[in-house]
Design a protein around this ligand. Structure first.
Ligand code: NDP
Length: 327
């Protein structure tokens, strides 16, 4: 049988991990023939709760689950890891300024980046879910300068999936018939969900939807979906975030379908005027285990303005973490 792939999940006692770990163990991320070994990282106070999650994973009797290790030591968690899902992050507390939040997360993602560089497998792939995800990914990446920068990504797939779902409902077309939706920029309220190039059954959707629907309902609806879920559910979106993380890694490893693309935040190569190195969301395809930014898309004036606004926020976050000495 195949050698197990080692998958590290941080924040393993949290809500997203609670949904995510079962999907990984079931083979939804790496396929039905690929055994996995799980490494769960938690802060010391939450190791006991992570043990509880691991007991439930044991009770799933998953044929693909080759073992579970639980630790509060990043060096142990990332030793030999192939896939690192950085879910645990410091939440914004009452009265916390953005600088405090970035600093607290720098204290988490800096050492995790260093531990990845020191011990992870040569093929390591990193997905940051914990917020502020783009800048947390930047911090981890800059603390792992010997790892190819493109191995560090942040998740905008949930925003992408939300955009597909909103569009599907509005034009009454199944998600499976939609393609080429894009999320640009930061995973934050400034993100730009872009339908300019979107297709339904191979034909452009842009002429079938009103500008006012795009600007007043679609864009804010995607960006504010997380808040709407908290209001309805009394808890933040965890299962859909986990599902998006599964989609992200699956597409990274197994490739994107022909004639479609997805959205991933990754270190910019300067494409579309996004300053080099900023971890910003782009339309991307995947093949051979690598993301490639979709080239040469026409960007209209409205899109330009929205992309620039979100990228400006990312540039400010980068300047703030530079000033804090985190990168
Ligand atoms: P969740 O599992 O619900 O969320 C974890 C992170 O994912 C948060 O930063 C959250 O951001 C972010 N996130 C990204 N996208 C979404 C989305 N669409 N919906 C909801 N969240 C999203 O948090 P819990 O508090 O349940 O669990 C976090 C765990 O992480 C705790 O057990 C804690 O102990 C642990 N932790 C572990 C660390 C480590 O392993 N070294 C370090 C820090 C914490 P947002 O806050 O903006 O919602």
């Amino acid at each position: 049988s195949r050698t197990p792939v080692t998958v590290t999940v941080t924040g393993a006692a949290g809500q997203i991990a609670y949904a995510l770990l079962f999907r990984i163990a079931a083979g939804d991320m790496l396929g039905p023939d690929q055994p996995v070994r799980l490494r769960l990282l938690e802060i010391p106070q939450a190791v006991g709760a992570a043990e509880g999650t691991a007991m439930e994973l044991d009770d799933g009797a998953f044929p693909l689950l080759a073992g579970i290790d639980i630790t509060d030591d990043a060096a142990v968690a990332f030793d030999g890891t192939n896939i690192a899902l950085l879910v645990g992050a410091r939440p914004r507390g009452p009265g916390m300024e953005r600088g405090d939040l970035l600093e607290a997360n720098g204290g988490i993602f800096g050492p995790q980046g260093a531990a990845i560089q020191a011990g992870a497998a040569d093929d390591v792939r990193v997905l940051v879910v914990g917020n502020p995800a783009n800048t947390n990914a930047l911090i981890a990446q800059r603390n792992a300068p010997d790892v190819p920068a493109g191995r560090f990504t942040a998740m905008t797939r949930l925003d992408h999936n939300r955009a597909l779902s909103r569009l599907s409902a509005h034009i009454e077309t199944p998600v499976s018939d939609l393609a080429r939706v894009t999320i640009w920029g930061n995973h934050s309220a400034t993100q730009y969900p872009d339908l300019t190039h979107a297709l339904a059954n191979g034909t452009p959707v842009i002429n079938r939807v009103d500008r006012s629907w795009i600007e007043q309902e679609f864009i804010p609806g995607v960006a504010r979906r997380g808040a709407a879920i908290i209001e309805a559910r009394g808890a933040s979106s965890a299962a859909s975030a986990a599902s998006a993380a599964i989609d992200h890694v699956r597409d990274w490893v197994q490739g994107t379908p022909p004639n479609d693309w997805t959205s991933v935040a990754l270190p910019s190569d300067g494409s579309y005027g996004v300053p080099e190195g900023l971890v910003s969301s782009f339309p991307v395809t995947s093949s051979g285990g690598e993301w490639r930014i979709v080239p040469d898309l026409e960007i209209d004036a409205f899109s330009r303005e929205r992309i620039d606004a979100s990228v400006a926020e990312l540039a400010e976050e980068r300047a703030a973490v530079e000033q804090l000495g985190l990168i």
